[in-house]
Design a protein around this ligand. Structure first.
Ligand code: ADP
Ligand code: XUL
Length: 518
């Protein structure tokens, strides 16, 4: 029996699975919800968005407390960590943690008698970690692009235009606004490499998957790009951990986990990656051909790519594929955020939300559309100051549910064209993928069948599979064991509805263009 541990530090929760890779089964599945389980941080969804200029951040101490809490809870369930052979993880992408130079030394000497949070609090050079929802760095993006000769160059080098939520522009903003804090910073980690360092007991590299979401890594060279680094902030080269392939080992697990939780001292740690790259693995989509839509806090659409191909409009991204090569990703910020807003506004549960979408209204919603941009949207980059409805009409709850879903997936279809792929099936994952109403709208808007996998949390499972891959297991074998579609849950496209959406697409685009211009 070969057991591995996969973790996922996402926007709202920290989750863990234990995989038996020989048998192909998930032995344990645990989660700590930041808002519910750690209410003293006052971050009901895992972040603080009270900043006035689009700043969104999380408290890194909350993440550390969540890690100890999760492992305590798992120990309480009599999980025996001593049999785990390897650990890896997944982190929400782009978020950054600013640490003093003492961080590495402190990690090496952690006491198993004290909590991580109490021992590491003194190492933080910044008490906040900006996360992917932050949209406050428009001027920093423009400055970086100008310094290297334009966004086309930033994109050719890094795989993306200079992008507000990406780590480089966030670092630049911190360096400009808090020069003393920036000077005190010895190392800047991503959420993924921060957690990976804690498990390894030392500063570890950033993997190519997550490193590509920083506007700092040169995609072709798979290393920090001197022009981008210099354009971002003075002295940044010394503060970045090295880049490394996603299956790199970072050595044996730190003594902290051996003494406190009973891990074996021979347990290997594999560096972490971003949640979307991990999800690519967990969905069994590491080779080109499968398109995945992840319906989490944000919605993302991604696929493995044989060669890096960039989005001429600047909304899509190219990241490293943890299995080697590249992946594309398009992120829609108002995913579950918008669906939840409609659910709350009309006082619905998810079940009612699902039924209404399916039964009370026809496909096309009799022309009633909306732009569901409760928060400034990433794809396309637009701030409508809240949702915009196409008709001056009081939307019933059924009409509102259908409007939010149809507009979200028409928007996704309109903005994924550049990939040039016509999938014959879409694989969905994330918290909202359980919802048949949502899945059916996706099948109809894209005109292809939609499948779900047999496992919960593709990023967490993908992290576990990456741990096994890191100690030499074959990724294709792991995918054949863990990434199988659920039997009997495929949703086929309904031809009449597909026709309606083919006609609705240009109308949606025109509505969007009209609002973008105003
Ligand atoms: P993240 O990884 O970004 O933290 P998850 O993939 O865990 O997010 O998804 C969480 C989201 O899933 C919640 O914010 C919630 O809105 C949504 N969700 C959960 N259950 C359902 C459901 N039955 N129908 C629609 N959405 C759901
Ligand atoms: C991807 C993105 C989000 C985060 C949060 O670019 O910003 O999907 O990874 O999950």
């Amino acid at each position: 029996m070969s057991l591995v541990l996969g973790l996922d530090s996402s926007t709202q929760s920290l989750s863990a699975v234990i995989l038996d890779t020989e048998a192909g089964i998930v032995l344990a599945d645990h989660s700590v919800n930041f808002g519910d389980d750690l209410p003293h941080y006052n971050q009901s969804h895992g972040y603080d968005d009270s900043g006035s200029r689009g700043e969104v951040s999380s408290n890194p101490l909350m993440w550390l407390e969540a890690l100890d809490l999760l492992l305590v809870q798992m120990s309480g369930e009599e999980i025996d960590f001593s049999k785990i052979e390897a650990v890896s993880g997944s982190g929400q992408q782009h978020g950054s943690v600013y640490l003093k130079s003492c961080f590495g030394e402190k990690l090496a000497g952690l006491s198993a008698k004290k909590d991580l949070k109490d021992q590491l609090a003194g190492c933080l050079a910044r008490d906040r970690s900006p996360i992917w929802m932050d949209s406050s760095t428009t001027s920093e993006c423009a400055e970086i692009a100008e310094a290297v000769g334009g966004n086309e160059i930033v994109c050719a080098k890094s795989g993306s235009f200079a992008t507000e939520r990406f780590t480089g522009p966030q670092i630049r903003k911190f360096a400009k606004e808090s020069p003393a804090g920036y000077a005190e910073t010895g190392v800047i980690h991503l959420v993924s490499s921060f957690f990976a360092s804690i498990f390894a007991g030392r500063n570890v590299p950033i993997d190519y998957g997550d490193g590509a979401g920083m506007n700092l890594m040169n995609l072709a060279a798979k290393d920090w790009d001197a022009d981008l680094v210099n354009a971002t902030a003075d002295g940044l080269a010394e503060k970045l951990p090295p880049c490394a392939p996603s299956n790199s080992s970072s050595g044996r697990i730190s003594n902290y986990f051996v003494r406190r939780y009973g891990f074996s001292p021979t347990c290997e740690t594999i560096i972490w990656s971003g949640d979307n790259p991990c999800s690519l693995i967990g969905m069994g989509a590491s080779t080109p051909g499968k398109v995945v839509i992840s319906l989490g806090t944000s919605d993302t659409l991604f696929a493995a790519m044989p060669e890096p191909k960039t989005d001429p409009n600047g909304f899509g991204h190219v990241f490293g594929n943890p299995a080697g090569g590249y992946m594309s990703l398009i992120c829609f910020k108002n995913g579950s955020l918008a669906r939840e807003a409609i659910k709350e506004q009309y006082g619905l549960g998810w079940e009612a939300f699902e039924t209404k979408a399916l039964s009370e209204t026809p496909a096309g919603n009799r022309g009633l559309m909306m732009l569901p941009f409760y928060e400034p949207e990433i794809t396309p980059a637009i701030d409508t100051g809240g949702p915009v409805f196409s008709a001056n009409h009081e939307y019933s709850s059924g009409e509102a549910v259908r409007a939010v879903l149809e507009s979200q997936f028409l928007n996704m279809r309109a903005h994924s064209n550049w990939l040039g792929v016509s999938p014959n099936r879409i694989y969905i994952t994330g918290g909202a993928s359980e919802n048949d109403g949502i899945a059916q709208v996706i099948a109809n808007v894209f005109g292809v069948a939609v499948d779900r996998l047999d496992v919960p949390g593709s990023a967490t499972i993908g992290a576990g599979m990456r741990a096994a891959h890191g100690i030499g297991e074959n990724l294709a074998d792991l995918e054949s064991k863990f990434s199988q579609p659920q039997e009997g849950r495929r949703l086929e496209p309904e031809p009449a509805a597909c026709d309606v959406y083919n006609l609705a697409l240009p109308k949606f685009k025109a509505f969007l263009a009209e609002q973008s211009a105003s």
